[in-house]
Design a protein around this ligand. Structure first.
Ligand SMILES: Cc1cc2nc3c(=O)[nH]c(=O)nc-3n(C[C@H](O)[C@H](O)[C@H](O)COP(=O)(O)OP(=O)(O)OC[C@H]3O[C@@H](n4cnc5c(N)ncnc54)[C@H](O)[C@@H]3O)c2cc1C
Length: 381
């Protein structure tokens, strides 16, 4: 697949080498379609281990020497993985998102204890923010953490937690009550085997990946497991999302690129009305729309990633990238399905799996409407 965008000035030579190296690894290692009958837990654990062994997960975390997260590397890796396998992209993304607060705000001891194992693929990470009654409205969170001696006692529920049930540790956001609303929340690292933490239920989703609801009942966590400053957990979550929101957009871009590739193949190969599908003007118009969407998404993704790597605030750019790339990818994939006719909806076809894989990206890490609000608010500042 041609990746002309790697020549763009957003990247350094190491990014180009990284993307080319991963592309070769993916094409030798990964297959796309995972169905509802597959053992998705086992597949995900195996993918994390493989990504760790091959060294790719090093890029999902901050370096041991305090080296900052490289947002462009994360985005290129997610874009590439998503072109080959939604589950591989998920496995990589969760190692990054689930350890992101430790990379960005963890103490030296926390970084040393968790990050190397995350990078080797030996410890699976998860990010537990959402609750049954607090999704888009994070500040409505009810899960509580009460200081008792030198530990906090957690009570409450989390839901829609990716890697729930297979994670080795969870970054859990809970209300510590220093101030009302979003200012009274803290972030904790909770090891999966901590007494009082149980998997309340597993959740099956449209594009299978490990997910669960968690229940905390008098779950005691040492104060040394707080990430960042107590009461500032919301900021910890938002800083993490500023990195990974752009990478969700990159994953959407990867899905869209794969759909574009499949669409071109189909259009050139399918014969009808004495010509190929590609020769029909309506097809060319559709392909042109798809290509414009892919390129404009890529520009927004890598502008945001580049700007964050210059230590600049990207709240607006990340929201724009996520909104446009996820909504755009949905349209591109839908067009690719359409060009495939009945084959497009046959279970096991690449475009069919892309159609399922893209949907949730418009909802998680801030639904499209939330991104619109963020952009509007930033414009009016
Ligand atoms: C596949 C998947 C994986 C996930 N993984 C995780 C995870 O690992 N950790 C975690 O903590 N959470 C995770 N989530 C949860 C996700 O973050 C929430 O689903 C998301 O924040 C939306 O919350 P909600 O589902 O409660 O929807 P709600 O908050 O109830 O929103 C419903 C809909 O309302 C609309 N809406 C929202 N806000 C506005 C507004 N201001 N104006 C107008 N319309 C609005 C949007 O269309 C939205 O989709 C995951 C979700 C999915 C689908």
């Amino acid at each position: 697949m041609q990746l002309a965008h790697l020549e763009w000035p957003f990247f350094e030579e190491r990014h180009r080498a990284l993307a080319a190296g991963l592309d070769a690894w993916c094409s030798a290692t990964l297959s796309r379609v995972h169905g509802h009958d597959d053992d998705v837990d086992a597949a995900c654990v195996a993918l994390v281990q493989a990504l760790g062994r091959a060294g790719w997960l090093q890029h999902a975390i901050a370096g041991a020497d305090g080296q900052a997260i490289d947002t462009r590397a994360i985005c290129l890796l997610r874009e590439t993985l998503a072109r080959y396998s939604g589950l591989a992209d998920f496995a990589f993304a969760m190692q990054g998102l689930g350890s992101g607060p430790i990379s960005l705000d963890g103490t030296a001891a926390q970084r040393e204890r968790y990050l190397p194992r995350v990078a080797r693929g030996e410890a699976l990470a998860a990010f537990a923010l959402s609750e049954p009654d607090a999704g888009s409205d994070v500040a409505a969170m009810q899960c509580s953490a009460t200081l008792d001696g030198d530990s906090y006692v957690l009570n409450g529920e989390k839901t829609w937690i990716s890697n729930g049930g297979i994670a080795d540790f969870y970054i859990v956001f809970a209300r510590t009550g220093e101030a009302p609303g979003s200012r009274g929340i803290s972030a904790f690292i909770v090891d999966a085997d901590t007494p009082g933490l149980e998997i309340a239920g597993r959740i099956a989703v449209i594009a299978p990946h490990p997910m669960a609801s968690l229940r905390f009942t008098d779950c005691r966590v040492p104060a040394s497991q707080v990430v960042g400053i107590p009461g500032q957990g919301f900021k910890v979550a938002m800083r993490t999302l500023d990195v990974f929101r752009t990478s969700v957009a990159a994953a959407a871009l990867g899905f869209a690129r794969r759909a574009m590739h499949e669409a071109l193949k189909q259009a050139k190969g399918r014969r009808m009305f004495g010509a190929t599908l590609a020769e029909l003007p309506l097809t060319q118009a559709k392909l042109a729309d798809m290509a414009c969407t892919v390129d404009s998404s890529a520009l927004l993704v890598y502008r945001s990633a580049w700007k964050r790597d210059q230590n600049q605030n990207v709240t607006r750019e990340a929201a724009m990238a996520k909104l446009m790339a996820t909504e755009g990818a949905q349209r591109v994939i839908d067009s690719a399905v359409q060009l495939h006719g009945a084959r497009g909806v046959r279970v096991g076809e690449t475009v069919e799996s892309l159609y399922r894989e893209i949907r949730a990206l418009r909802i998680y890490e801030g639904a499209s409407e939330v991104q619109q609000l963020i952009i509007g608010r930033e414009l009016l500042k």
